[in-house]
Design a protein around this ligand. Structure first.
Ligand code: ADP
Ligand code: MG
Length: 700
């Protein structure tokens, strides 16, 4: 059967036709995401077990993870009636000693394991809970050793796979073993040999074989970390495909025709009189990079990265003025309504004097000025996702600015770009993305960084308080407000609920009103009407509200320089980048600013380290790296949400160096052969990898 399939793409060869699978079991394999033979080859073990030398029970120690093997001497379900608990207990004997294994509330285990069976158990060794001596494992992984004393499951470094009920590790291992021995030769390596050789990586077939069935001499620690040479080769391939796609997208937009703006500076020249500050050197430099792009006859695709408060907005405004002066509309897209509203208000004030018109387009706004946008009445259109919806048509969109890009993905960028014929695109983001990640997320963009804060800034002081220090916290607030400053108080939720015991903004606001009858207190949250929110933000900005009690709706972008106090209630509940963004709301003027983190005990280790980093560091880059360390890349930034292909094997934190190599190779290759005409197999793999995410090649 396998022979008949030769030459066919393994991607199309269904797992069901592999010996030992069949239609029924194929369904179980499908549940693991394995549909084809190729899927199976790329279904990597999540750990490895060295069964070339299994330890004797007499030699194992408490607290460590061990594999033991022996004969089952007793197997029974024990009922603990009072506690409604059923325990399945097993004792094994390996000749050197006894070990007890227990499974809780899984009485059906009785069917799987019986006295007389030879078994392998893997788990953490505990002290026997009744006697305090003797060995025990709770819910260990198990495998029955059957008669077939094959070399697949024993006497080697054995792969362990995640399974689903009805399918045992042993079955999966056997099937994959079978595939590696029959089909692996049919794999065609899409990556040019010179590329992996140059980077000292092994061949693909060799790598696929060895990640499943490594040599006994292999380093098991490297294997378990997914860092063996063979793993590295597979990670490389994935990163290479990822970066190739980015390179193609980038090359494509470089080759495309765009608008060559020819500003003479009529509007820009008037801006300095309207701004209360001078640009920093970094802002000047970045603006020059932008204007150079805008003058070119190809579309701009540039990312501006800079920590919260470094002054990205004014740079965006300057770029928009260039477009407007040349007779084009500009769109500014923000991730939240509050931020869009704020951009609208700020820009409105500045450009009114220049005789320009701006409008706001958000989801919750009733009067949507769609017709007037289409007729070209507005020069600048600020808004949220609403901007990329169908039905929004621009007269002549020349520049698209996307603020706080880390909330949007490639897809949304592409949608907004489609609203015009190749407009220039500028995306802005505050730092909390480590450099390694930004290479993948923004790898198709040119890159500018504002690495300097305006000169008048003083570092924010961050203090951590226990929730019990209320009086002290109140006195700090009182003092700041008496000095004429303003404060934010941020809560994790809007309203108290039965599901959590978290404090809420609404209850918080009432409490603050009681404590500070002499101050003006405002409330802001996502469930309020857009108009109401605009009003509250405007009066906070005017200084008509002293304390703004809010949820995280103010997380990004909000800018009120007179606010010097940020109090975060339940700080233990927030993520690092969120805390950093929230803190970025203060320290925006010349006054000394304080961020007060209020933590409710008890909280875990992870929360503790997040709070510690916040107190220690003001540097967005450093915080982002630490965040990546604590949470790992998957959670840190689900690539899914960004519209990028998923990385299944590579891990951006672990494989950062490999990512850089892959990126260099990919970009060099696309430079030489932009449509991969000379490498049809690679081109096909690339299209499969990016499928549904992005049209990579316009033709074919
Ligand atoms: P972010 O980069 O986080 O978006 P903003 O653009 O909101 O930061 O700018 C933060 C604050 O700094 C704003 O009040 C802005 O007016 C001010 N600002 C921007 N550039 C300068 C500068 N060169 N000197 C002083 N203040 C500046
Ligand atoms: Mg901003």
């Amino acid at each position: 059967m396998v022979l008949q399939q030769r030459g066919k793409d393994l991607h199309d060869f269904q797992i069901q036709y592999i010996k030992g699978v069949g239609p029924k079991r194929a369904k179980l394999f499908n549940r693991l995401g394995i549909k084809s033979v190729k899927d199976a080859l790329y279904y990597l073990p999540y750990r490895y077990e060295d069964r070339s030398s299994i330890r004797k029970i007499s030699n194992i120690s408490y607290g460590s993870s061990e594999t033991v093997s022996g004969k089952v001497t007793s197997a029974e379900v024990i009922n603990l009636p009072g506690r409604n608990l059923k325990i399945f207990e097993l004792v094994i004997n390996d000749g050197s000693g006894l070990l007890k294994a227990r499974w809780f509330n899984q009485p059906f285990m009785k069917k799987n394991l019986r006295a007389g069976d030879e078994v392998l158990l893997y788990g953490t060794v505990k002290r026997n809970s009744y006697w305090g001596i003797g060995f025990e494992m709770d819910n260990p992984e198990y495998e029955i050793i059957d008669d077939d004393i094959s070399s697949v499951h024993m006497n080697r470094i054995v792969p362990v796979y995640r399974v689903t009920s009805g399918l045992s590790v042993r079955q999966v291992r056997s099937v994959i073993f079978n595939i590696t021995n029959t089909c692996i030769k049919d794999i065609i390596d899409p990556v040019p040999e010179e590329i992996f050789k140059r980077n000292a990586l092994p061949a693909l077939t060799e790598s696929l074989y060895n990640v499943h069935f490594p040599d006994t001499s292999a380093n098991i620690n490297l294997l378990n970390r997914g860092a063996s040479d063979f793993h590295r080769r597979l990670s490389f391939d994935e990163l290479f495909m990822f970066e190739l796609g980015l390179a193609v997208i980038k090359k494509g937009s470089v080759l495309e025709k765009g608008t060559a703006f020819k500003p003479e500076g009529r509007l820009l020249r008037r801006l300095p009189d309207l701004l209360p500050f001078r640009l920093t050197a970094a802002q000047e430099r970045v603006f020059n990079e932008i204007i150079n792009d805008m003058k070119k006859p190809h579309p701009m695709n540039r990312l501006i990265q800079g920590d919260v408060g470094c002054g990205k907005t004014v740079i965006a405004l300057m770029a928009m003025l260039v477009a407007v002066e040349c007779g084009y509309q500009s769109a500014l897209m923000a991730p939240t309504e509050i931020l869009a509203e704020q951009h609208y208000i700020n820009i409105y004030r500045l450009i009114e004097d220049l005789g320009l018109k701006i409008c706001l387009l958000t989801g919750s706004k009733k009067d949507r000025p769609i017709d007037r946008i289409a007729s070209g009445e507005f020069d600048i259109i600020a808004g949220t996702h609403a901007l990329i919806q169908e039905g929004v048509i621009f007269k002549n969109l020349g520049l698209v600015v996307i603020d706080e890009q880390h909330r949007f993905g490639v897809m949304q960028r592409a949608l907004l770009r489609k609203k015009a014929l190749n407009p220039d695109v500028l995306v802005m983001t505050a730092t909390p993305i480590p450099r390694t990640l930004s290479l993948t997320l923004y790898g198709d963009l040119d890159y500018s960084i504002i690495d300097e804060m305006p000169p008048d800034r003083r570092p924010i002081k961050t203090l951590l308080f226990k929730s019990t220090r209320k009086e002290h916290i109140y006195s700090i607030i009182k003092e700041e407000i008496k000095k004429g400053r303003q404060a934010y108080v941020v809560y994790p939720i809007i309203e108290e609920s039965e599901k959590t015991d978290l404090r809420s903004a609404i209850v918080g606001k009432n409490a603050f009103e009681k404590v500070f009858p002499e101050f003006r207190i405002g409330l802001l949250h996502g469930r309020m009407k857009a108009q109401e929110r605009e009003q509250i933000m405007a009066s906070f900005k005017q200084g008509e509200i002293d304390i703004l009690v809010s949820t995280t709706v103010i997380e990004v972008g909000v800018d009120v320089p007179n606010a010097t106090l940020m109090i975060i209630i339940h700080a233990e509940r927030f993520g690092l980048s969120q805390l950093h963004q929230l803190r970025g709301r203060i320290g925006r003027g010349t006054y000394e600013s304080y961020c007060i983190l209020i933590a409710y005990e008890p909280y875990g280790e992870e929360a503790r380290s997040r709070l510690d980093i916040m107190v220690k560091s003001n540097d967005g880059f450093q915080i982002a790296e630490e965040d990546l360390n604590i949470r790992g890349p998957g959670e840190f930034f689900g690539t899914r949400q960004s519209g990028m292909p998923d990385l299944k094997i590579a891990n951006i934190a672990r494989d950062a160096k490999l990512l850089n190599v892959a990126r260099k190779e990919a970009f060099a290759l696309i430079d030489k052969d932009p449509e991969l005409k000379g490498l049809p197999v690679l081109r096909k793999s690339l299209e499969t990898f990016w499928k549904g995410k992005m049209e990579l090649f316009k033709t074919g």
